[in-house]
Design a binder for this molecule. Structure first.
Ligand code: 5GP
Length: 187
């Protein structure tokens, strides 16, 4: 069976990666599978264990790093995030196109290890709009909002290291642009 393709989707906090990803996953022709990350961040109210993330404590996370069980990992605004290796390998072997929705430091690690990965960076229409979206989530304190905005500026500055930069001005339009990129890359 043809091995699947590794797809990295990055973009600043609040840009709408999760929503665009949900739309992409409705398109069965793309044959996508989602890589569920491990994190030490506390779950947000609507988040589910083993669906959105594997929520773990710091000891479990650092043990996973020591065991070589992560493809990449990074610390982001005070918490650890990483991609479990075995699950991703399994899905790729099954021919699935595996989506890693990860931040920039982790993405750069994967680019080095897997130069063939399809890398996509989602940008907001403007910084004002990004701030509005982050605040609209209402789940984070002012400190965290400011920290995520600062981080967003730094992340956007690295966008040219990705193969494609897509603007998320409209969810369905961004979904269509990305679906087209995936299909062309597969061909
Ligand atoms: P959030 O706390 O908003 O869910 O995620 C914060 C950031 O961490 C987002 O940019 C998200 O894409 C990223 N992220 C989620 N999982 C991983 C992962 O496994 N590795 C890395 N490097 N970043 C991740």
């Amino acid at each position: 069976m043809k091995r699947g393709m590794l797809i990295i989707l990055s973009g600043p906090s609040g840009v709408g990666k999760g929503t665009v990803r949900e739309e992409l996953f409705k398109d069965e022709s793309l044959n996508l599978a989602y890589s569920i990350s491990m994190t030490t961040r506390k779950p947000r109210p609507a988040e589910k264990e083993g669906v959105d993330y594997f929520f773990v404590d710091e000891k479990t996370f650092t043990q996973k790093i020591a065991d070589g069980g992560l493809i990449e990992w990074a610390k982001f605004v005070g918490n650890y995030y990483g991609t479990p290796k075995d699950y991703v390998e399994e899905l790729l072997d099954e021919g699935k196109n595996v989506v890693l929705e990860i931040e920039v430091q982790g993405a750069l690690q994967v680019m080095k290890k897997c130069p063939d990965a399809l890398t996509i960076f989602l940008v907001p229409p403007s910084m004002e709009e990004l701030e509005r979206r982050i605040r609209g989530r209402r789940t984070e304190s002012e400190d965290i909002v400011m920290e995520r905005l600062n981080k967003a500026r730094k992340e956007i500055a690295t966008k040219d290291q990705y193969k494609y930069v897509v603007e998320n001005d409209d969810i369905m339009a961004a979904k269509e642009k990305i679906a087209k990129i995936i299909k062309e890359h597969k061909a």
